[in-house]
Design a protein around this ligand. Structure first.
Ligand code: GLY
Length: 553
């Protein structure tokens, strides 16, 4: 008996200790806030805000720090989208620093012996798109920042040089990709233990080459990354591995300022990234849902989830028309017109077919974060190297992990990519073209003032995750903590199947099956973080599915 009590005491003590160590997933603060998928990257942003930097300075610091702490998800070898609200101007800005296809890329570059070889677009040198991260951070700082590149890079440099304890997320990504990492000695030196095994969570890793690269970028980061020695090192490494990116590809890379898309929803205005993001699909899905009284259906009730699934399916059918607007006319005026949204809604409400059983979409790389500063400026930024550890290549001398963003193109017509998204003609590969993305950072305003910002990671589940969290906040009036934690579903038309998180109660799943839906239960669907914004009260939460950090002052 005494033994049993002692064991119980030990268990309670251990659980209490674990809970005490786990960072709170939500926080409130009066002036400024950062939420990201890394506790250290959040602190990097907070440090910059406290030193007087604005939301754009802090966002640059968070993006660079995430490239260290979440090196399997994003970094200098990738790209992203940044949605900015500048309070003084009362205006929105969208910065696209998505990777581009190299000049030597062709629509059939992954066809071998008459058959598409999708693996070439996911692993290895041909999978790499021309990185946009450094150009994006430089352009954002140049237009709206108040600090130098080295000032905002300082926390990332310290993390890379001094090291940090890896999270279970990064430990899992390393373990999953151990064989690829082990194949390159410099890559292995950073991410594996001396005996070649994958390090467990909490192991401290250091990235001295990456720290040095961040320093070498100086205060002319784009000039130094895309021209000169660093560009030559990137191009010659890729060439030595059989890739096609050249110094010309790097020197011609440009980030692009774009006009954000926006649409009314429940008396608010929702701002999203335009193509090559598929943010417009989110607006279309919200448009289809707007006339229905969703709270009347009940949060996550079977009829509510069925309606979401139908609307998601219609949205993803139209996603096939989205692509890089420099190459393809995306008919946004039609897709976001009340007539088209009414028709899509009618189709959504009357569709119900059984679907074949197909493997689920998996959660991979990518990272989202949101920043609000004391002046009311807001940044929502999603950044990626695509799947975990991108092309599974690191430029040895630079410590830069290279993306596999080429897989976000249609590898070949009607060939599904790693996320099971069917390849559409609009998104076929062409030199200099940007691949279609699901990354959807958003900011919502009411009466001209931001009231919330959110975004996510997890391939196509970004769109549906951001949709559900937005509805949870705007329609169901949940706080960000509950909004991001509430179990989610995902439907992307092809495969025509509802992916349901295991946390959706069994009776609900059964009710959906009885309605005729094919369900696939998955542990979790992506990760979404969010901040709600009221005067003097910022409230943020990260997603426990992936972990992270939230902090403010
Ligand atoms: N690489 C994931 C996305 O951009 O959708």
């Amino acid at each position: 008996m005494r033994n049993r009590n002692f064991v119980r005491f030990l268990l309670v003590t251990v659980v209490a200790a674990v809970l005490a160590c786990a960072p709170a997933m939500a926080a409130q603060a009066p002036h400024a806030m950062v939420v990201s998928e890394s506790a250290q990257a959040t602190q990097a942003g907070l440090e910059i805000l406290k030193k007087g930097g604005n939301a754009v300075d802090a966002a640059a610091a968070v993006a660079l720090a995430l490239g260290v702490t979440n090196a399997g998800s994003c970094g200098l070898g990738g790209g992203g989208f940044m949605l900015i609200y500048m309070a003084r101007q009362g205006q929105f800005f969208a910065l696209d620093f998505r990777e581009t296809a190299p000049k030597a890329a062709t629509a059939d570059m992954y066809i071998r012996n008459g058959h598409p070889n999708e693996r070439l677009a996911v692993v290895g040198p041909l999978a790499v798109g021309v990185p946009g991260q450094v150009a994006g951070i430089r352009d954002a700082l140049k237009r709206f920042g108040t600090m130098t590149f080295q000032q905002v890079a300082a926390p990332a440099i310290k993390l890379a040089r001094d090291g940090f304890p890896i999270t279970s997320l990064l430990a899992g990504e390393i373990a999953h990709n151990r064989n690829y990492i082990a194949a390159e000695p410099e890559f292995a030196k950073v991410f594996l233990r001396p005996d070649g095994s994958a390090p467990p969570a909490d192991t401290v890793i250091r990235q001295p080459e990456l720290a040095r690269t961040l320093e070498r970028l100086g205060n002319r980061p784009a000039e130094n990354f895309y021209h000169g020695e660093i560009a030559r090192e990137i191009a010659s490494y890729i060439k030595s591995q059989g890739g096609i990116i050249t110094t010309d590809d790097l020197s011609d890379y440009r980030a692009v300022w774009r006009e954000p898309l926006h649409r009314a929803f429940q008396g608010n205005e929702v701002y999203v990234m335009p193509p090559p993001s598929s943010g417009g699909v989110l607006l279309e899905m919200l448009g289809m849902l707007e006339p229905g009284h969703l709270p009347g259906l009940g949060l996550n009730s079977p009829p509510y989830l069925a309606r979401l699934a139908e609307v998601m399916r219609q949205g993803f059918i139209d996603r096939a028309l989205y692509a890089d607007p420099a190459f393809v006319h995306v008919p946004l005026q039609v897709l976001l017109s009340p007539k088209h949204i009414d028709e899509a809604r009618r189709r959504a409400l009357h569709h119900n077919t059984l679907a074949p059983r197909i493997a689920p979409a998996h959660d991979h790389g990518t990272s989202n974060f949101c920043v609000v500063d004391k002046d009311g400026n807001v940044v929502a930024l999603t950044t990626t190297i695509n799947t975990a550890f991108g092309a599974k290549m690191m430029v040895p001398k630079l410590g830069v992990v290279l993306n596999d963003e080429m897989d976000d193109f249609a590898v070949a017509p009607n060939v599904p990519n790693v996320y099971r998204l069917q390849g559409a003609k609009a998104n076929e590969i062409a030199p200099g073209k940007r691949p279609l993305s699901s990354m959807t950072p958003i900011i919502v305003v009411s009466h001209g003032r931001p009231i919330m910002t959110t975004g996510g990671s997890g391939g196509p589940t970004i769109l549906t995750g951001v949709l559900q969290v937005t509805l949870n906040i705007l329609d169901f009036h949940l706080g960000p903590e509950q909004a991001v934690t509430t179990p989610r579903i995902h439907e992307q038309a092809s495969p025509d199947i509802i992916f349901a998180e295991a946390a959706i109660p069994e009776p609900t799943r059964r009710a959906l099956s009885e309605m005729g839906y094919k369900l696939k239960v998955v542990p979790h669907l992506g990760a979404v973080n969010a901040i709600t914004i009221e005067a003097g009260n910022l409230h943020g939460a990260f997603d426990p599915r992936k972990g992270g950090g939230v902090a403010g002052y």
